[in-house]
Design a protein around this ligand. Structure first.
Ligand code: ADP
Ligand code: MG
Length: 247
């Protein structure tokens, strides 16, 4: 008998409180390796908190989170192991402003993975070329457009060779003409079999790329389904109301 495949991410009964406020309230979610999941929902519904708990930027305070079979148990070891298999892309890029794009991409591979400078730079240049900003490697973040900065941030994450990419509204801070180039980069990654969890309100991207859409409200998953099911026939009033506001 074959063992069932280990899910990329499994959340069971996850709770996260800020003081008395439950930002996540009994969240259960299992994501298969290679699956692409879009998380949407109103502002304040817990989307960022959810993906930040997956790589322990926030610490959950109830339930279980298991990533690639590694249980997040607050030990430095489990946190380091989970971070080594997850990449995170933020709304505001979070590049190091005082470093060139190339140095942004090589610092973690050199310090954490102990790659030589030459190895780290070769990997970085390959990935910067892949996100089509190979010619920007020597510049500082402030010299790039928002779309270029976000693609640099994606390349920086990929330099650590994560199996799971977490995106938190990666296009929300971009001017409209730059949204497409970042979504194209994300589609390329999706086509290569990356496990992706994307908080986004780009519903065209969700329809085209997502295997599953998860709708959150007030710290809970209200419903989830294939994009055609979710968009075509939402099951809850909250989802219908949300969709009527954004589409
Ligand atoms: P979303 O990403 O869906 O907009 P968040 O996950 O950022 O929502 O936030 C969910 C709720 O938790 C919000 O009400 C927010 O104000 C609250 N929250 C998030 N982070 C903190 C924090 N560090 N301290 C206190 N409250 C927080
Ligand atoms: Mg958020």
């Amino acid at each position: 008998m074959n063992n069932p495949p280990v899910p990329a991410v499994r959340l069971a009964g996850v709770m996260k409180r800020f003081g008395d406020f439950a930002a996540l309230n009994d969240v259960n979610l299992e994501i298969a390796a290679g699956e692409k999941v879009v998380i949407c929902g109103p502002s304040g519904s817990g989307k960022s908190t959810l993906i930040r708990c997956i790589n322990h930027i926030e610490q959950h305070d109830g339930g279980q989170i298991v990533v690639n079979g590694i249980k997040l148990d607050r030990s430095a070891d489990s946190i380091a192991q989970v971070r080594s298999v997850t990449g995170m892309v933020f709304q505001n890029f979070n590049l190091f402003p005082h470093m060139t794009i190339l140095d942004n991409c090589t610092i973690a591979p050199r310090t954490t993975l102990k790659l030589s400078r030459a190895e780290a730079e070769a990997r970085a240049m390959e990935l910067l070329a892949k996100v089509r900003i190979g010619d920007q490697a020597g510049k500082y973040p402030s010299q790039l457009s928002g779309g270029q900065q976000q693609r640099a941030a994606i390349a920086r994450s990929l330099c650590m060779q994560p199996g799971i990419m977490l995106f938190d509204e990666p296009t929300s801070a971009l001017d409209p003409e730059m949204v497409k180039e970042v979504l194209e980069t994300m589609k390329t990654l999706a086509g290569e079999g990356m496990t992706m969890i994307c908080v986004t309100h780009e519903m065209g991207f969700a329809r085209e790329v997502a295997d599953r859409v998860v709708f959150m409200d007030r710290g809970s998953i209200m419903e989830q389904g294939r994009p055609d099911e979710f968009f075509g026939n939402p099951q809850t009033d909250r989802a219908r109301q949300f969709l009527s506001q954004i589409i």
